[in-house]
Design a protein around this ligand. Sequence first.
Ligand code: FES
Length: 216
Amino acid sequence: MLLRTACLRRPAFTFEPALPTFYLMAIYPVRVNKRFRSPRYAGRIRAANGVGTAASFECGCFVRISLAVEPLSKSIRLAGFQTNGCGFMTAVADLMAEILAGANLTELHALDENEFDRTVSDSFGPLPAERTQCAGLVLEAARAALADHRSYLIEEFRGEKALICTCFGVSEETIDAFILANRPRTIEDVTAACRAGAGCGSCRMLIQEMIDEALA
Ligand code: FES
């Protein structure tokens, strides 16, 4: 209950803990408290070309991730976050921004949930069960930011063949041809053949739809 109260009462974007230090120390584990009090990636990236937001109806908090991605190298030049959430959400969002900043889209392994949970646990220790939704929300916002960046690239795209995977430049035609010839059942089968879906992961839903359509 104390955690819920702290979650709802912090003002957005300030990172000035509104509660006394001894109180924060009591409700947050040491490593969470340290990161929450001194986040390194707080704030919106002005030149962002990928922005994603996720919100919780349970606690009323939101988290937004913004990214500036170099179009040619596909590396994330800058990453930042905004949230009105609790110390757990702030600390995890700061960690996510750190993971993303400097990474290449092609190396993100579709932001695998288990991998991210392990990194969070290694960094802060296991989160209390009622706070795992904070990490889930951060992951959702990061995926939304990557999907937003993909939409941006698709809009900019001037080629003749529709692109599905912008990370690896794989066209709809290539994926369709593979699906027709091999009748794959999973995205992993498609990824193993042409790498589509192995980067930021934002094309995976589309690939799944193409597989489902072919199998229907
Ligand atoms: S668009 Fe990034 S993995 Fe396909």
